[in-house]
Design a binder for this molecule. Structure first.
Ligand code: IMP
Length: 433
């Protein structure tokens, strides 16, 4: 019964990894349904940091099954590195804890090379600022029906013939269009065959059926979104988006379960806003206030190390996210980062050609022209990171939270005040515990 989707309500990096890790202690299964190693989910347990890119954020709980479903693009060498890292730290001792779908798309070094070559060929404002993880080219292969699937890794003949076809086309593009070195088949094939041996214990022929059975058996299943709503391929700030659908509806498609199986959608958002890569960002602060946010919030990409752009919280963008995802409950992350700001801005609407907009305009051209309307709130100086009770939050912080909750007309159930599991204040517990 309890199928819960955790989805990013901004431009990614909202803190979904921490939230899923905290929730996972009460979940039986955590399911990744889209994206790939472009995601960087940072978990901090007992002061120790683990960064996951492909493996679901429930992996630190040995009794939680983690599932990588068909909607994900799997960098076979990247996931192996993650598995090795976890095992070296005494985690993932039981291979049954991780299941990778036979129908997931395989992402290869050729996808990364193409991604990098394309970005390098673009100039100025045309650059997307991708993570360079090969996500776009891998999803292109899936859509054009020429992708290698995870199950193909275990069929020698199929693997060779699909790889030949794949490299024929990719090498042509790399050499002729982008003047890059071609990728040789024999070396890559040998590496993939070794990776297949190492990944065999995690192979699952039909993750859709495993997830459906768990839901039918009344298990608690969390669907873990990657990236954020505004980076959605169809509804985000196109073309400055990722190449998968990042919305809650994508959980059904990527994992292969019906929409009636989802009974709650939790939208995760930061107490302010950030964005990595190019594209419209109306509340961006290109000044010392933005720099202070970046430093206080350690706003540097966990996948690429790039500086994140920082700005005030953007309620029009959040209203849009609530609508598109059908968000039922909210989780506000990183409230502690706003400590020490004399006044804090909240963007309540946009102005465009004299009109007031409560949600982003449809076209990118318009979105990049909107003026944010900011309301100002008094800040606080208390360190929030050691608080254990909601009642101990400073009055000014409570005012800030109440205003956001009212404006968004959606309950804020969780408030995060630091990266650790224990730095979490519950307004209403998950799974009614
Ligand atoms: P791609 O997903 O690597 O193709 O990158 C496309 C856009 O999405 C770029 O602006 C990236 O910075 C952004 N992006 C991709 N993954 C993430 C993420 O996990 N967090 C934040 N931004 C991301």
């Amino acid at each position: 019964m309890p199928g819960i989707v955790v989805v990013g309500a901004q431009w990614g990096d909202e803190g979904k990894g921490k939230l899923v890790d905290v929730f996972a202690s009460k979940a039986d299964m955590v399911v990744r349904y889209q994206g790939g190693a472009n995601a960087g989910h940072t978990l901090v347990v007992n002061g120790k940091k683990t960064i996951l890119h492909l493996i679901p954020s429930g992996i630190l709980h040995p009794d939680t099954t983690c599932v990588v479903t068909s909607g994900v693009v799997v960098d076979v060498f990247g996931i192996l590195d993650e598995i090795k890292g976890l095992k070296n730290n005494g985690l993932l001792q039981n291979p049954k804890q991780l299941l990778i779908s036979d129908a997931a798309t395989v992402l290869l070094p050729s996808h990364k090379a193409l991604d990098a070559a394309r970005e390098a060929s673009l100039t100025g404002e045309k650059k997307i600022g991708t993570t360079g993880k090969g996500i776009g080219p891998a999803y292109e292969d899936r859509a054009s029906r020429r992708a290698l699937l995870f199950g193909d890794l275990f069929e020698r003949e199929t693997l060779r013939s699909k790889l030949e076809l794949h490299l024929k086309e990719k090498n042509h593009l790399l050499q002729s269009l982008y003047e890059q070195e071609p990728i040789g088949i024999e070396g890559l094939l040998a590496q993939i065959e070794q990776a297949a041996i190492d990944l065999a214990p995690y192979r699952c022929r039909d993750t859709s059926s495993v997830v459906s059975k768990a839901l039918k058996g009344n298990k608690r299943v969390l669907f873990e979104g990657a990236q954020g709503t505004l980076l959605d391929l169809f509804h985000g700030t196109y073309p400055f988006v990722t190449s998968s659908s990042t919305l809650s509806g994508s959980a059904c498609i990527g994992a292969g379960v019906g929409p009636t199986q989802i009974h709650q959608v939790i939208g995760v958002f930061k107490a302010y806003a950030t964005r990595v890569g190019s594209g419209p960002f109306p509340t961006e602060l290109n000044d010392e206030v933005g720099e202070k946010m970046r430093q206080n919030g350690h706003e540097f990409g966990s996948t690429t190390g790039r500086s994140r752009r920082c700005g005030w919280i953007d309620l029009p963008a959040l209203r849009y996210a609530i609508r598109l995802n059908g968000i039922t409950n909210l989780a506000l992350m990183k409230l502690d980062v706003l400590t020490g700001f004399e006044k804090i801005g909240i963007c309540t609407s946009y102005k465009l050609d004299g009109e007031t907009l409560l949600e982003p305009p449809v076209t990118q051209a318009d979105f990049s022209r909107v003026e944010p309307v900011i309301e100002w709130f008094q800040g606080w100086n208390q360190d929030l990171t050691r608080l254990t009770r909601l009642a101990d939050l400073p009055r000014t912080a409570t005012n800030y939270l109440d205003f956001i909750g009212n404006q968004l007309a959606t309950p804020i159930d969780v408030i995060s005040i630091g990266p650790g599991r224990e730095q979490t204040l519950w307004v209403k517990p998950l799974f009614n515990n």
